[in-house]
Design a protein around this ligand. Sequence first.
Ligand code: TRP
Length: 445
Amino acid sequence: MENKRGSFGSKFGVVAAVAGSAVGLGNIWRFPYIAGENGGAVFIIVYLLICLLIAIPVMISEFAIGRHGRKNVMGSMRQVAKGKMWLSLGYLGVFAAVLILSFYSVIAGWTLNFIVESVKGFSGMDVTALTANFNGFVNSNEPIVWTLLFLALTAVIVLCGVEKGIERSSKIMMPMLVLMLLGMSIYSLFLPGFGEAFRFLFKPDFSKMTWDVVLQALGQSFFSMSVGMGTMITYGSYIKDKENLYGVGATVALSDVLIAFLAGVAIFPAVFTFGIAPTSGSELVFLTLPSVFSQIPAGQLLSFVFFVLLFFAAITSAISLLEVPVAYLTEEFNIKRKRAVVMGFVVIGALSVFCTLSLQDGSSLVVGGDSLFDFFDKFTSNIMLPVGGILVSVFVGWFMDKKLRYDQFTNQGQCAVKLYKFLVFLVKFVVPVAISILFISKNLF
Ligand code: TRP
């Protein structure tokens, strides 16, 4: 049987969908903090270089595999590669997508809860009250409901298909996300803490320039750009032949970085205005920020806007993750899209419920000393993404048919021709070596 495959309709649609995948929780709460901690401008320069030299080439390689294969991760690998060995990349991709979405939905579910909380308002709550409130929430069964609700919304979009679901929703949500972030950033310019926040984020501190900073930047760029596991192979399979893959990769990388910067500018001035130390990750978003919002003018509106934008960022990434197993099931097993979505929802939903429960105090859902949630997070980011990145670059650099690679990278010699040799050099040598070093040093030391 030949499924009629979907595709992204317009150039803006491609960029919105791919940027939608890339821009997610990773940009809004992780990047600003990591940048500030690791030497501000210095980290940013390293990060930009890594995006340019490593993440973009991997993204284009994934696009090339998908666009030639015109199938899900597994099917595309079968089309472009000889031998069963490369199918491991397909299995890895589907498996990683399921695991990432299982813990990602938990945080995204909290975001939904906080949209509702911010309508009620945080006023009159200090950090102690907010912490108690948050702990109570995490230890109750409420997060299960929000997580499953988030996954259900993701499933509905994916069910509507590539063009009508994924592309259309990204075309609406991504510009709104940018507008909201811009609005918040402008507001932040007028807060007294702006100068200090700006220095925290952007002042170059060369004393912080260590090997570890480079490794952090590499890890962050992979997660943030959604590369290393086949999301971009799947999305690449929906990109039309006339689109310039290099152009799409570069535009997405630029948007990803700019949105991460803007997130820093939007968030930190408020935090510094109250002299609060910028904390990381979920604590920053779900405790520090609400306490700040409860104290500043128009804080309630701001917190509502902030959590809605965080939700948009999360759901456009989540759909790209769910699409990986759904495309796999429909094409490899000839299952209808609706059924595949339901199957994905059931499996990922069950895993995400376990992830939610694993965060409760005294939970026995522990793997190797970490909660199941942290285990999924670390296992995917530290092991699966780097392994996937190495496999993709080694395959495209050394094993992929050369003509095929040239045709995909340059659209049969029509674009990015001058860059071609350089890109191949990066994919062949720089990317696998750099990731191997990251991988070994992260896991052995
Ligand atoms: N890039 C997203 C973020 O920054 C998360 C994400 C979506 C992802 N798809 C992915 C990460 C694939 C790794 C692989 O939040």
